[in-house]
Write a protein that binds this ligand. Structure first.
Ligand SMILES: O=c1nc[nH]c2c1ncn2[C@H]1C[C@H](O)[C@@H](COP(=O)(O)OP(=O)(O)OP(=O)(O)O)O1
Ligand SMILES: [Mg+2]
Length: 191
C-alpha cells in the first residue's frame, strides 16, 4: 500500500488536536496521516469564515503544502452572535467562572458553538471551509473543566454541559465533530 499523504493541522491548541485525533481514530478510511504544527498564525477580524480562511491561507503559505486550520466561535443570540470568533479573549479576561455574566441581563441564554475547518491544498489554493454548529445555552459552569468554555455550554436536548460528558459523548454531537465529518467526506471523495 502506498504511504498516505500527510496533512498538517495547524493549531496551537492541544485540546482541539486531541479531539480531532479521537474523532479521526474512528475513521479508518481517512485518506491522510494527520500531523500537527503549532504555528502562530495571525487571526484577522471578521466573520468566523473570514477568520478561518485567513488562518488557513497563511498556514498553507508558511508550510507550502496541504494544511487544515480550525476556528471556533461561541455565539450568543442575545448579543447578536457576539462574541463569536472573539470568544478566546472574552474567556481569557472573564474566566470560565464569570463567562455566564455576559448574559446576566438577558432572559435569552441561547448559545451556538460553531466550528469552522478550512482546508488548503497548496500555498496558492483558495481555502475551502466546512462548518459545524451545536446549539445550547450559556450556563454557570458545571462539570470537569478540561477544555475552554466546555463547563458553560449546556447542549440542547441533553441537559448536560460539554464538561459533564465524557469525550466519546461530546465527540458524537459537538460542533467540531459535525465540521470534521464534512471535511472528511470531502477529502475522502477527492482521494
Ligand atoms: O470545543 C471547545 N470547547 C470549549 N472551548 C473551546 C472549544 N473549542 C475551542 N475552544 C476555545 C479555545 C479558545 O479559547 C476559543 C477558540 O479560539 P481559537 O482561535 O479557535 O482557538 P485557539 O487560539 O486556542 O487555537 P488555534 O491555534 O487553532 O487558533 O475557544
Ligand atoms: Mg486562535
Amino acid at each position: 500500500m502506498a504511504a498516505r499523504k500527510q496533512l498538517v493541522f495547524v493549531t496551537g491548541n492541544a485540546n482541539k488536536l486531541r479531539e480531532v485525533q479521537q474523532i479521526l481514530q474512528k475513521t479508518p478510511d481517512f485518506p491522510f496521516t494527520l500531523t500537527n504544527k503549532a504555528l502562530d498564525v495571525p487571526e484577522v477580524q471578521g466573520t468566523t469564515i473570514d477568520v478561518a480562511k485567513a488562518k488557513c491561507r497563511s498556514a498553507a503559505r508558511q508550510l507550502n503544502g496541504p494544511v487544515i486550520t480550525e476556528d471556533t466561535a461561541l455565539c450568543f443570540s442575545a448579543l447578536g452572535g457576539l462574541p463569536g470568533p472573539y470568544i478566546k479573549d472574552f474567556l481569557g479576561q472573564l474566566g470560565v467562572d464569570r463567562l455566564h455574566l455576559l448574559l446576566a441581563g438577558f432572559e435569552d441564554k441561547k448559545a451556538t458553538a460553531v466550528c469552522t475547518f478550512a482546508y488548503c491544498e497548496s500555498a496558492e489554493a483558495e481555502p475551502i471551509v466546512f462548518e459545524g454548529k451545536t446549539e445550547g445555552r450559556l450556563v454557570e459552569p458545571r462539570g470537569q473543566n478540561r477544555f475552554g468554555w466546555d463547563p458553560c455550554m449546556e447542549v440542547e436536548g441533553t441537559g448536560k454541559t460539554y464538561a459533564e460528558m465524557d469525550s466519546d459523548e461530546k465527540n458524537k454531537l459537538s460542533h467540531r465533530y459535525k465540521a470534521l465529518d464534512q471535511l472528511r467526506d470531502y477529502l475522502t471523495k477527492q482521494a
